[in-house]
Structures are given as structure tokens and as C-alpha cells.
Design a protein around this ligand. Sequence first.
Ligand SMILES: Cc1cc2nc3c(=O)[nH]c(=O)nc-3n(C[C@H](O)[C@H](O)[C@H](O)COP(=O)(O)OP(=O)(O)OC[C@H]3O[C@@H](n4cnc5c(N)ncnc54)[C@H](O)[C@@H]3O)c2cc1C
Length: 304
Amino acid sequence: MLLPRFDLVEPESLAAALEALADSAVSSRALAGGTDVVPDLKREYDRRLRFSALPAFRPGPFPERLVSLLRLAGLRGVRRDAAGTTCGPLATMSELAADARLAGALGALADGAASVGSPQVRNRATLGGNLCNARPCADTAPPVVALDAVLVLESRGGTREVPAREFFTGPGQTVLGPGELLTAVRLPPQPGACGSAALKLGVRRAYEIAIVSAAAWVALDGERVRAARVVFGSAAPVPLRVDDAGLAGRVPDEPALRDAARAAAAQTKPIDDFRASAAYRRQASEVLAFRVLERAVARARGAA
Ligand SMILES: Cc1cc2nc3c(=O)[nH]c(=O)nc-3n(C[C@H](O)[C@H](O)[C@H](O)COP(=O)(O)OP(=O)(O)OC[C@H]3O[C@@H](n4cnc5c(N)ncnc54)[C@H](O)[C@@H]3O)c2cc1C
């Protein structure tokens, strides 16, 4: 498939990138690793070549300019300080999957990143691109919501912070306004015995879009659960978060985790599509929820 013509700008500073995106004279789109943007452009160009003569044809959006973020060193990497752990939106899936600071309590994010595509895709695909693209099957979205992350959004007009659970508004849709960039993903500190995990179900282990996915975060107080969250992907239009699921105060043994998984999966709103039926997705959600809870508890015990 061919690419259409577009301008590429590569700002050296965040201010210059925000300025370029705010220019309403040209339709612009941010470009990170390009693993979603480039296929999108090719698909739309191909669609126009094939179908634009048809009376019912409606063209999709085409940016005239791509604003590359790749020279913005401040948006890279992972930092840890007293306020928690901050991931730059340009952190790649390979970097997140291999980062020892994302083990244990923050393990869900490393699990989600490790499950994306293939090594080549993971070396290129970024956390920011995965979240801002907002596909219901995005592998890092459930972990980020389960970890109660805060997303920092910046535009020429200022900065705002949005809880990850409020960021996604529908398939492919977020609260990002025109000219706004995601500039940081803040993961809160994890005091005490916390653990998290994520898993996805597909028909093969690589190059696979999730039929359904789940992430869990658990905090223990001694032998009992202090707090828990389960988040499903591909089970609703946006990541679906279930707080507690009846686990608080219980010893997280197998019956308790199975009860919680059943309660959490009952809240999913999956659809039938060519990948799976809604009924299968709901059943698989319960199995995945049990497994991620079990893994999160084991990681929390390891941290105790
Ligand atoms: C072969 C293949 C396999 C894949 N497999 C998977 C998979 O298994 N799981 C999965 O979840 N995804 C998968 N993807 C999709 C894709 O790789 C991910 O969504 C990836 O994380 C996107 O990141 P990117 O840096 O390439 O984003 P880009 O393509 O550069 O951008 C994606 C979108 O986000 C916007 N954007 C990027 N950064 C920012 C920012 N900082 N602020 C505001 N907007 C921003 C862009 O404008 C664009 O709309 C796959 C893609 C391919 C091509």
C-alpha cells in the first residue's frame, strides 16, 4: 500500500511541537513510533484510491502534516522519585518490558508492554501512542488504568492532569483536545505489599490483537486484601475497571479470587465480532481475571 503526501516536521523542543500542533491553518497529527499512524495513512489512501468514485464514499481524515515527537528527549524514559514512577510517552514497549523498576507492584505495565506485537513492533511502538490511539484492545491501557495512573496533558494553553480511567471516552477516542499532547504517565507510589499483573488472550503468542485482556492490582494488609482493582480490555468500548470485586478484607485464597473474578467479569460488556463472540469473551474475562489476580497476589506477597 502507498503513502499519501504529507509534510513532516521534527521539532527540537516541546514548545515548538505544541506550537506546530496548535497551527489551525494545517491539519496536523502527532507522530511517535508511527506503528499506528503509518498503517492508518496507508489504509485511508488505499480506500480513497479504490472507492472515491462511489456516490456513497465518505473520506476519512488525512493529516497534511505529521509532527514527530522523536527528538523530544524529555518525553523519553522512566524516572522514579518520591512522587512515584513517571513513564515518558516515548518509552517504547521494549524498554517498559525490560525495566526492573516495573516489576512487582508495577508489573502489570511491563506485562502489557511485553505482549505487544513482536520484538520489531515493541522496539518502535510507544506507550503514548498506544494510549492515545485508544483502541479497546490496546495492551497497555488496562495496566495503566489498574495502576491508577495520572496522565499529564499539555497544549500551548497549559497543562492538566487526567486520571487514566477518565482518559478513554470510546473506541479510538480520548479526552485529548486539539493540539494537546500526552507528556507523562505518572504511576503513584506503591507503599507496602502491592502487586500487579496483566495477561491477554489471543489465538497465537505474537502479532496478536487481544480477544480479551485483563490487568489486576492488589494491595495486601498482612494476610488479607486491603484494596484491589481489575481492568478488562476488549470487553467494553473503553478499559473497564472494577474496584474491589468483593476482595477487600478477605484472605486471597483460590475461592476468594474465583469469586472476585466472577463478579468482575459479570460487569464486562463485550461485543460479537470476527475475533470472538460476546459470550466467549465474557467467559474468557473470568478466566483471565482469576489468573491476573492470582499473579498480582503472588507479586504482592513477594514484595511484603
Ligand atoms: C504489526 C503490528 C502489530 C501490533 N500489535 C499490537 C499489539 O499486540 N497490541 C497493541 O496494543 N498494539 C499493537 N499494535 C499497535 C501499535 O503498535 C501500538 O498501538 C503502539 O503502541 C502505537 O505507538 P506508536 O508510538 O507507534 O504510535 P503512533 O502510531 O506514532 O501514534 C498513534 C496515535 O497516537 C497519537 N500520539 C502518539 N503519541 C502521542 C502523544 N504523546 N500525545 C498525543 N498523541 C500521541 C498519534 O497522533 C496517533 O494518533 C500493532 C501494530 C502493528 C503495526
